[in-house]
Design a protein around this ligand. Structure first.
Ligand code: NBP
Length: 479
């Protein structure tokens, strides 16, 4: 065999990834359960590079130079296990399976552990950027043994997106499930970013009284500043688009029920297990699920809300739009703070030793959340690798300090107008809770001790205590 790499699973992601490898000069052996997809790839794109079609798993394995590298791009879950079981018996120690699907990191940990017993490297690689990214350069988050990265890494660096400074948007994330974990949090942050942008749009429409075209212009302006990002850019595109059939703004003819494939939900589920407050991602997931409850919403439509109020003058609307930009930026800082806290917590829990600054660096290109903002996060971790939280970075703290008055005004205006801003307000609540000298958690602990003898610690003495609430209310030291 002579092929440098094999790709099995030639739906949109797999065939685009195979083409990306081939366009960079690698010889790519390609295979799909249903052979027709392999044939189509060769027919339509065979001239783009060196492809070796394989009709069976055995043929794919035979086509590969050793040690073999096989990228699996099939549906996550059972199909991935089925494909691994098919290939594993055909492989030798030193060979490598790379799962580029959206696997749950716990599955990746299990698969890596199982294949390691056979001496086969298993690399769980999160890939972001959708089909366009897979073809022209995605952000790639590979986990697995450091050894696996020494041979696979250079290939991934070749096909990955490049940041503005030319650095490839991939790096060895850490052992076993680290890559898929980081990809999961990436998707969670993507949910939060999208929710914050949606809230900004909603406020500009309902409070400032802007039409979608005007909002598109506003977003275009924001995209030239510190909010410069792929998601802001496509938001402007969407808002400027007119529906051909009706002549209405496109956004007005799309049903307002957001769907989800599950990675945002995973992020929140795992965050709950790790005890990390990712309230921004949580609110984003819940906002999508609320939007989908059509019957509940229909039954609630007549509930009272605030009156319409007087419309803002154009000048006042412009001032408000600037405030919304401040609120969006501050909320975005909080949402990345929470996301990076989660990556740190996962890294601590599973001994992954993840370099947070490098994560921000490889998200600068290729992926859905690519943004100028990520340079600042990289800079923050570069200047202080043990940064306890993004909010402790001097620059972010200063920026949020500048933004906070407007941020509060925007949340207040939203409440006043009855516009839901779960993302903005959860971010602000997180910020204020972190700032607080004392939290009402003291009261919560006292209540827990009252009804459940759950004990408490005191501010003035070491030890664990319980008050005899149903007795004489004296305090006893416990344990
Ligand atoms: P799909 O997720 O739609 O999967 C289709 C592929 O899985 C086909 O090649 C299909 O083969 C194969 N497959 C299935 Br289904 N069951 C199989 C089995 N039991 N044995 C062998 N092959 C099986 O493809 P996709 O949208 O290209 O995504 C691939 C992966 O990349 C997924 O994990 C996805 O979550 C992830 N991802 C997707 C995107 C995106 O933007 N779409 C972005 C990032 C990551 P067949 O042709 O024989 O049915």
């Amino acid at each position: 065999g002579r092929a440098d790499i094999g790709v099995t699973g030639l739906a949109v992601m797999g065939s685009n990834l195979a083409r990306n490898f081939a366009r960079h000069g690698y010889t790519v052996a390609v295979h799909n359960r249903t052979k027709a997809k392999t044939d189509t790839l060769l027919e339509e794109h065979g001239e783009e590079g060196m492809f070796v079609p394989a009709a069976t798993a055995e043929e794919l394995v035979a086509a590969l130079a050793t040690p073999r590298r096989i990228v699996v791009m099939v549906k996550a879950g059972d199909p991935t296990d089925a494909v691994i079981s098919e290939f594993a018996p055909l492989l030798e120690p030193g060979d490598m399976i790379v799962d580029g699907g959206n696997a749950h990191f716990e599955d990746t940990r299990r698969r890596e552990h199982d294949l390691r017993q056979k001496g086969v490297h298993f690399v769980g690689a999160g890939i972001s950027g959708g089909e366009e990214g897979a073809l022209n350069g995605p952000s790639i988050m590979p986990g697995g043994s450091p050894e696996s990265y020494t041979t696979l890494g250079p290939m991934l660096e070749t096909i990955a997106a490049k940041a503005k400074d030319g650095a490839p948007c991939t790096t060895h994330i850490g052992p076993d499930g680290a890559g898929h974990f980081v990809k999961m949090v990436h998707n969670g942050i993507e949910y939060a970013d999208m929710q914050l942008i949606a809230e900004a749009y909603h406020l500009l429409r309902e409070v400032a009284g802007y039409e979608p075209r005007q909002i598109a212009e506003t977003f275009r302006t924001w995209n030239t500043g510190r909010l410069d990002s792929y998601l802001i850019e496509i938001t402007a595109e969407v808002l400027a688009h007119t529906d051909a059939a009706t002549g209405k703004p496109f956004v007005d003819v799309v049903e307002d029920q957001a769907e989800q494939k599950g990675t945002g939900r995973w992020t929140v589920q795992i965050a709950l297990d790790l005890g990390v407050p990712v309230s921004g991602i949580g609110e984003a997931v819940f906002a999508r699920s609320l939007s989908g409850h059509a019957d509940l919403r229909a039954a609630s439509r007549d509930l009272p809300g605030p009156g319409a109020g007087t419309p803002l003058t154009p000048d006042a609307a412009a001032v408000f739009a600037d405030q919304v930009e401040q609120a969006l930026y501050a909320s975005k800082i909080v949402s990345y703070t929470q996301g990076f806290h989660m990556i740190q917590a996962g890294s601590d829990m599973y001994d992954w030793d993840i370099d947070l600054g490098r994560i921000a660096a490889i998200w600068r290109g290729g992926c859905i959340i690519r943004a100028a903002f990520l340079d600042r996060i990289t800079a923050a971790y570069d200047s202080r690798p043990d940064l306890p939280s993004l909010l402790s970075d001097k620059r972010f703290a200063e920026e949020i300090g500048t933004a906070q008055d407007d941020w509060r005004s925007v949340v207040a205006a939203a409440v006043h107008h009855g516009v839901p801003v779960p993302g903005f307000s959860a971010a602000l609540a997180y910020y204020d809770a972190l700032r607080a000298g004392r939290l009402p958690a003291a009261l919560t602990q006292a209540q827990r001790d009252f009804f459940g003898a759950h004990t408490y610690r005191r501010t003035d003495r070491d030890g664990v205590f319980h008050t005899l609430w149903s007795g004489d209310r004296s305090e006893v030291a416990v344990g």
